[in-house]
Design a protein around this ligand. Structure first.
Ligand code: FEO
Length: 446
């Protein structure tokens, strides 16, 4: 596969993998990407998982057409990319390994070999000329390990982005990019938003036409879309307005309350309601949803004077990834000493920018009239802004609004019983403020 005239894809698809990084479900497998840059000097960009060394070396051999690679550039030492370094150096012993000093320390630890006789140590801003192509290395510590560099080819304007802009899923599977890229990003890189922001700032200074990540498809169109999503994710802002209810339920009573709440939220105009049973859903998907949407309801039982284990695990996933800037509400259930809300709130206390709902729901074993009312109140509070936008609920007689107007173009409308008619306003002048009184002038030619 050609990326550009000189850059070729030599990666592999892994359909045998059960759990990526030992924890993430990857129903559509995984791709370990690798690229060859053909020039006067030839560079291979990263290797693949050790289980695919043979296939990868075969791919390289086909592309090289009898030539020898001069460089193996190692951007990232996690074994999904570094697992075939030893096999490569055995096949092409005259090649030089190009990598950061931290990566060479890791090579020694992983393989007992840091290639001290045939290596090039690179750092921030260093370049490597291949002939027409010049590679510039940009350090990207903690995106997602400390040794990571990304690489920019100024001739073809290609950014080799290491784990950045990667996703779950093999390359021969058609699926939405954002869904599995978001789950990948939040799960794997989510803790390192500040470092991703730094990398985005550095990348903003480059003219990038193609992004070649180490997982997922090569991106060559509409790059602003992907870069914008990375900016949203790494700045910990909600991507969409909506409410996620994450819950656990032992005997079904908390679940009943949750499903009732979900119904009320939809009826109150919430644009998106997502319900996740933490004991049964993919935990990484539930964490992804919590980061994707603007509001989160946590519903669980008091358990061993604590909270139910799946909820504990879920909140731990949120806090270790710097969950912030969201609205959070609580539903607790307990048959004799409910304290789940207190425990959950305590777990979230170091999160920045959380806005807690005033209404909480306390269920004593099963929903009753009182807790039912609390549920109603919570649904109203969570949907306050959606209800306000709803045409039938909107307060169209808010006279204070007239006294908060700024510069702009205004239209006065009235309805003749069949349709709205409007005229552009020429001037709006405040006449008095006790009482509030305005003068509106409209040229009838308008
Ligand atoms: Fe794809 Fe951090 O390894």
């Amino acid at each position: 596969m050609f990326i550009t005239k000189d850059i070729k894809y030599v990666g592999v698809n892994d359909k045998n993998i059960d759990l990526f990084e030992g924890q993430y479900d990857v129903p559509n497998g995984m791709a370990y990407n690798s690229y060859v840059i053909m020039d006067k000097k030839i560079a291979v960009m990263d290797t693949v998982d050790v289980n695919f060394s043979h296939q990868w070396l075969d791919n390289i051999e086909k592309v090289l057409e009898g030539k020898n690679p001069d460089y193996l550039v190692v951007q990232h030492m996690e074994p999904d990319h570094s697992g075939s370094i030893m096999a490569f150096m055995k096949a092409y012993p005259k090649s030089q390994v190009v990598s950061s000093s931290k990566a060479f320390v890791m090579m020694k630890n992983f393989f007992g070999n840091d290639f001290s006789d045939n290596r090039v140590v690179i750092g921030e801003g260093d370049t490597l000329s291949l002939g027409e192509h010049t590679l510039t290395f940009v350090t990207a510590p903690m995106v997602h390990w400390p040794e990571v560099v990304v690489t920019y080819d100024s001739k073809d304007k290609v950014l080799f982005s290491a784990d950045g802009f990667g996703k779950f899923g093999a390359l021969d599977v058609e699926e939405d990019w954002a869904c599995e890229a978001r789950r990948y990003y939040i799960g794997i890189v989510g803790k390192y938003g500040a470092q991703v922001q730094k990398l985005l700032q550095k990348a903003a200074g480059l003219d990038i036409q193609v992004i070649c990540p180490l997982h997922g498809p090569v991106l060559s169109e509409n790059l602003g879309y992907y870069i914008n999503l990375y900016n949203v994710w790494s700045s910990y802002q909600p991507e969409e307005d909506g409410i996620v209810i994450a819950y656990t339920s032992v005997y079904g009573n908390t679940k009943k309350a949750v499903l009732k709440l979900a119904e009320k939220l939809k009826n109150n105009g919430c644009p998106k309601v997502v319900v996740n049973d933490l004991a049964r859903c993919d935990m990484a998907e539930a964490v992804e949803d919590a980061f994707r949407y603007s509001k989160l309801v946590l519903a669980t039982t008091t358990y061993n004077a604590e909270i139910f284990p799946f909820m504990r695990e879920f909140i731990n996933h949120l806090t270790e990834r710097n969950y912030s800037n969201r609205t959070v509400a609580f539903i607790e259930n307990g048959s004799w000493a409910p304290q789940a809300t207190k425990v959950m709130k305590h777990m979230l206390e170091n999160c920045k920018g959380l806005n807690y709902c005033e209404n909480t729901v306390k269920i004593l074993s099963a929903l009753n009239e009182e807790s039912g009312k609390e549920l109603d109140a919570l649904a109203l509070e969570l949907c306050e802004n959606y209800l306000a936008l709803d045409n039938k609920n909107a307060n169209k007689n808010d006279m204070t609004a007239l006294f908060n107007i700024g510069y702009g173009l205004y239209v006065v409308t009235c309805n003749d019983g069949n349709k709205d008619n409007g005229l552009i306003v020429n001037t709006v002048t405040q006449v008095t403020n006790t009482p509030n009184r305005l003068a509106v002038t409209i040229n009838k030619e308008n």
